[in-house]
Design a protein around this ligand. Structure first.
Ligand code: ATP
Ligand code: MG
Length: 272
């Protein structure tokens, strides 16, 4: 069965905590017995290090886009006309990991998308759609989860949604600009019929922050399947970039992400 329930994209303004939350979710889902494919769509490639890949190991990661360049070199053809060149039409998560991914610590599977070279025409579309197609056609089985960390910005989110994600996590901190991005993303997600939109307000320092955010989002309440608040946590800086030590501590940050996981799991199972 192609299990649609657990294709989760994490988005939001720059620096709000997308990568940290994605990597914690990856570890928490894995610890719960899921097989996780964590996809890094940000050309900055921060996600592997947050999951706990060492800088040395990170050097040898070949992004998917580079692999496509390699296919072009070998075959003389840019494979966007037929990505069947690379693998079967509906690859399993394990195929994708084996051919293009890396095994991260604690069994988290990681796929780095990389940057797309601008074609002579100036259009990024065909290459982008190839990367999109790879993700969209991954055959998801029961017990498998795709979590995709994105580059900041609403356009990237739009493209991510085109890949068939059915749950979106919109992350903001309690600032006007971050909430504006959430509003735009929520409207876009709704227009594209994404069934479940989860709101995360990160870096909360006081009850006043929550009141402020709720005020700004008053007219958007109906768009969200759930709302989660994550406190500002001094410990974060201590362990940067690897999130794993946080899992060993009493951390309100981790508690907040755990709550988010339960919500994602519940909605994912409902969509089966
Ligand atoms: N609740 C929090 N309390 C304290 N620090 C936090 C919290 N959440 C995230 N941080 C810290 O903020 C920084 C940015 O987080 P992160 O890289 O996850 O954001 P991002 O949204 O992925 O950023 P970018 O848009 O650059 O990819 C990191 O150093 C992280 O440790
Ligand atoms: Mg990031």
């Amino acid at each position: 069965m192609n299990h649609q329930g657990f294709r989760v994209v994490i988005t939001g303004k720059g620096g709000v905590g997308k990568t940290t939350i994605t990597s914690l979710l990856s570890h928490l889902f894995t610890a719960r017995g899921y097989s996780v494919l964590a996809v890094d769509e940000d050309p900055q490639m921060n996600l592997p290090y947050a999951i706990g890949v060492t800088p040395k190991e990170g050097e040898s990661i070949i992004p998917l886009s580079k692999n496509l360049d390699y296919v072009e070199e070998k075959t003389g053809a840019r494979p966007y006309s037929g990505y069947g060149l690379m693998f079967s039409l509906n690859p399993d998560v394990s195929d994708v990991v084996e051919r293009f991914g890396v095994k991260g610590p604690d069994g988290v599977n990681i796929l780095v998308m990389g940057t797309v070279q601008k074609a002579a025409t100036g259009c990024l579309c065909p290459e982008n759609s190839l990367l999109d197609a790879v993700i969209r056609h991954i055959n998801l089985r029961e017990g498998e989860v795709i979590l995709m960390d994105t580059q900041a910005g609403v356009e990237h989110f739009g493209r991510a949604l085109a890949k068939g994600f059915n749950q979106a996590v919109l992350v903001a901190d309690p600032t006007f600009n971050a909430i504006e991005v959430v509003k735009h993303s929520a409207i876009l997600a709704r227009e594209l019929d994404i069934p479940d939109i989860h709101l995360v307000i990160n870096r909360v320092r006081s009850p006043g922050d929550i009141t402020k955010v709720n005020g700004m989002l008053a007219e958007y309440e109906d768009l969200f399947s759930g709302k989660h608040y994550i406190p500002y946590d001094e410990m974060m800086l201590l362990y940067d970039p690897d999130v794993r030590p946080l899992l060993e501590e009493e951390s309100e940050f981790v508690d907040g992400v755990r709550e988010l996981l339960i919500s994602l799991e519940m909605h994912g199972l409902m969509r089966g």
